[in-house]
Design a protein around this ligand. Structure first.
Ligand code: TRP
Length: 341
């Protein structure tokens, strides 16, 4: 069995995932991780962390925005079907133990190793630090290691681009366990979704809120329609009877990701390549399919109040903090940082 597939997760695993609260979630998040999280919560213990501390490192001058985004992200979780009685949803900044573990872990990894990390490098290109990279930003992989190991998580559903961060995490864990002769911290593996990257409606880049090429989970019906009908297809497919290209055609990418009957999509592709299948027909099909998925999510989201969200978050955080303080106690114990008279 593929070690990185969702099928490899058993009830002996502990799953932990996290998102930086950067606003409402979109269909890329849905296929890339939310769908898996919903399945996994029925299989084993699941933690879901809202990484507000991490978000603050790039938005330290906009704390109000980060705070509001915590609420929006949590609303999306509840609306898509993450069940707080099965998944412990919590706020990173409300667990100071995470920061403490991060500091101990920082001793076990070099700055050079962090700078070489492909995930860090890729993200740096999207930021405007110039030569002023903050140590907080560079330290993300270490803080992520603390998030994971604090809950002894073994299976981490992530996008492919995040796998190098898990390598850093495991490297620190091995050093820690080796130096302090312990097995308190656990190594983890990444769990990849079948669709790890959903392209945006423009076909140019990964779907992202900031590029405005994503379909949001809370998209209004009219905007959903506009977005689907403006999707990039094959610019040379002008008449219905023309043969069309499937590769790079965003409508097909989305049908692959969302249409349940895969054989039907295969037939549509054949027909499209031969000629005789119009973009409008395909876009209508996709629009129906996405409306079907998004309508209930939007309705549920509208019924969730800010008070509901905070109730869920405070309870989840309280439970998570109990686990965190026990792990931190074990960590300090093996390091030998226990003082008593
Ligand atoms: N780095 C993740 C992101 O960019 C968020 C995150 C923080 C995370 N801690 C984590 C993901 C631990 C998985 C495990 O959104």
């Amino acid at each position: 069995m593929d070690n990185t597939s969702i099928n490899s997760v058993t009830n002996a695993d502990t799953v932990l995932t996290g998102d930086r609260p950067s606003g409402c979630l979109h269909l890329g998040h849905y296929v890339g991780s939310l769908r898996n999280r919903i399945l996994l919560q029925n299989k084993c213990k699941c933690y879901l962390l809202i990484a507000d501390v991490q978000a603050l490192s790039a938005n330290f001058d906009q704390p109000e925005q980060v705070k509001q985004n915590v609420v929006e992200v949590c609303k999306d979780y509840l609306a898509v079907g993450i069940d707080p009685t099965k998944t412990t949803i919590f706020i990173q900044s409300m667990i100071p133990e995470l920061t403490e573990l991060t500091v101990y872990a920082m001793n076990l990894i070099s700055v050079a190793r962090l700078e070489r990390n492909p995930t860090v490098k890729a993200e740096l290109q999207t930021k405007s630090f110039a030569d002023n990279i903050t140590s907080g930003f560079l330290n993300h992989p270490v803080s992520q290691m603390a998030d994971i190991t604090m809950f002894k998580a073994t299976a981490i559903p992530v996008g492919e681009d995040q796998l190098p961060l898990l390598e850093v995490s495991n490297e620190i864990v091995r050093r820690f366990n080796n130096i302090y002769k312990t097995d308190v911290l656990k190594e983890c593996r990444g769990i990849l979704s079948d669709v790890t990257r959903l392209v945006g409606i423009d076909g140019k880049a990964k779907a992202s809120k900031s590029l405005r090429n994503a379909i949001m989970l809370c998209e209004e019906p009219k905007d959903l329609k506009d977005k689907v009908f403006s999707m990039y297809t094959d610019p040379n497919h002008i008449k219905v009877s023309d043969p069309g290209r499937v590769e790079g055609n965003v409508v097909f990418t989305y049908l692959d990701a969302f249409w349940d009957d895969k054989d039907e999509v295969t037939d549509l592709k054949k027909q499209y390549e031969k000629g005789g299948l119009g973009d409008m027909t395909l876009k209508s099909m996709l629009h129906n399919c996405l409306s079907h998925i998004l309508e209930p999510i939007r309705e549920k989201r509208a019924s969730i109040s800010e008070k509901n969200v905070y109730d869920v978050l405070f309870e989840g955080t309280e439970n998570a903090r109990k686990v965190a303080s026990e792990t931190l106690r074990q960590v300090k114990d093996v390091i030998g940082l226990v003082y008593s008279d």
